[in-house]
Design a protein around this ligand. Structure first.
Ligand code: ZN
Length: 321
């Protein structure tokens, strides 16, 4: 049997596992709810069983697996081998995930934070193909940036690069508080979690946003997008605010890195061209030097539902450089 790779996407709500080849072709896949038990040892044991079972289903043996790549919520420790207290995995406090899986499966394990893994996946297989300098921005619960610079993943000192979510886009006492304890962070304005909390508080009863969140469901940015498409004034104003702060974040990023492409996942991709990309591109261009703006594209992520299966796989197939 020929050599294969395994990818694991350890998300807050779902675990996706894939078996594939170096070109990113997924041969077998499986997904299940994360269901953390509060005891990392049991969770890691279940994860290793998932991997072993899927490898067998793909018609391979564990000895055929060249590497296992894991995309996991950050932060990771400075060596990149341990997970430090991801907010969605209760009880996971400083877990040596890479070594623990290596011990159980006997194959090399590579670990990457989810923003870096998504950036690698979009760069290799999605909207970032062909660019030497690409930034992937996710705005799901938190806000994170994965940086591909000069044709390789840039991790920064102690692996801490890309925390754009905590760059300041507002100052003073009126600035929004952030989950990190500071005020005025980009994440406090465009992070899905922070935005959902704000929407819960301020959405007027007359807004169609409430009608989209049926049965007392928590209001989310998806409901804003749906209501904005139908012309709801409150939803349009909320999206304009989101676009405004997102553009400020991209301007800061572009002045620092001058990337060729900024790839936006999650909320912007759901909102689409008219409601998000066109206004964001305009505001970025009018606040950036021409020399930088002319070389910059702002595009939607391309992998969609394939991302979880490719994020772990691309970590497995990307050699350390
Ligand atoms: Zn913050």
């Amino acid at each position: 049997m020929s050599a294969v790779y395994v990818g694991v996407d350890l998300g807050g709500t779902k675990v996706a596992v894939s078996v594939g080849d170096r070109a990113g072709t997924v041969i077998a896949r499986t997904v299940r709810p994360t269901e953390p038990t509060g005891t990392p040892e049991s969770d890691v044991a279940r994860l290793s069983e998932d991997v072993a079972r899927l490898v067998a289903r793909a018609g391979s043996a564990l000895s055929d697996v060249l590497a296992i790549g894991i995309s996991a919520p950050g932060p990771l420790d400075p060596t990149g081998r341990r997970l430090l207290a991801p907010p969605n995995l209760p009880g996971w406090d400083d877990v040596p995930l890479a070594s623990a899986l290596e011990d159980r499966l006997g194959r090399p394990v590579r670990l990457e934070n989810d923003a870096n893994a998504a950036a690698l996946a979009e760069w290799r297989h999605g909207a970032g193909q062909g660019f030497a300098n690409a930034v992937y921005l996710t705005m799901s619960t938190g806000v994170g940036a994965g940086l591909i610079l000069d044709g390789r993943l840039y991790r920064g000192s102690r692996g801490a690069a890309g925390e754009l979510g905590h760059a300041r886009v507002a100052w003073g006492e009126d600035a929004e508080p952030c989950s990190c304890g500071a005020r005025g962070c980009l994440e406090a304005y465009v992070g899905g979690g922070a935005w959902a909390r704000r929407l819960q508080k301020i959405t007027p009863t007359s807004s169609a946003v409430r009608a989209h969140a049926r049965n007392g469901e928590q209001i989310t940015p998806v409901h804003v997008v749906l209501a904005a498409r139908a012309g709801d004034e409150f939803a349009l104003a909320e999206l304009a605010r989101f676009n405004d702060y997102l553009a400020r974040g991209i301007v800061n990023l572009a002045f620092t890195l001058a990337p060729e492409v900024v790839i936006l996942g999650t909320i912007p991709t759901a909102a689409g061209e008219d409601l998000c990309f066109t206004p964001v591109r305009q505001q970025v261009a009018s606040n950036l030097w021409r020399t930088i703006a002319d070389g910059l594209q702002i595009v939607p992520a391309a992998l969609g539902k394939e991302l979880p299966y490719l994020a772990g796989l691309v970590v497995a197939t990307t050699p350390d450089t």
